[in-house]
Design a protein around this ligand. Structure first.
Ligand code: AMP
Ligand code: ZN
Length: 113
């Protein structure tokens, strides 16, 4: 399958991996939008948030749980951080393998642009 993030999982493309377990991989975003900008992805290929099925619910929880753990590890959990999942074109999705952006180390505004 021609999926960039599946290739990162299979080590066919290099990435700066910061966390890995049986279900999840996390690596630094190549174009960081914050002092810490980590992408957290399931090892299972799911193209968009619209493709999540009931059987995947625990996996989505794992992405969120991993984000919170990494935020604690990096020391910005208490001051706060942002997690984002973009869906499809208007949502700003460019890589069609679901991923959670974990961004921390600066202040974020809301609503986002
Ligand atoms: P999205 O726009 O939500 O689909 O996010 C895709 C993210 O993947 C962007 O923030 C890109 O900077 C990031 N990205 C693209 N290619 C790579 C790569 N090879 N390694 C790490 N991050 C990447
Ligand atoms: Zn994939």
């Amino acid at each position: 399958m021609d999926c960039l993030f599946c290739k990162i999982i299979k080590r066919e493309i290099p990435a700066d991996i910061v966390y890995e377990d049986e279900h999840v991989l996390a690596f630094n975003d190549i174009n960081p939008q914050a002092p810490t900008h980590i992408l957290i992805i399931p090892k299972q290929h799911i193209a968009t948030l619209n493709d999540i099925e009931e059987a995947d619910l625990a996996l989505i929880g794992r992405l969120q749980y991993t984000a919170a753990r990494l935020a604690k590890e990096r020391g910005f959990a208490e001051e706060g951080y942002r997690v984002v999942m973009n869906c499809n074109d208007q949502g700003g999705q460019t890589v069609y393998h679901i991923h959670m952006h974990l961004m921390g180390g600066r202040r974020f505004t809301w609503p986002a642009g």
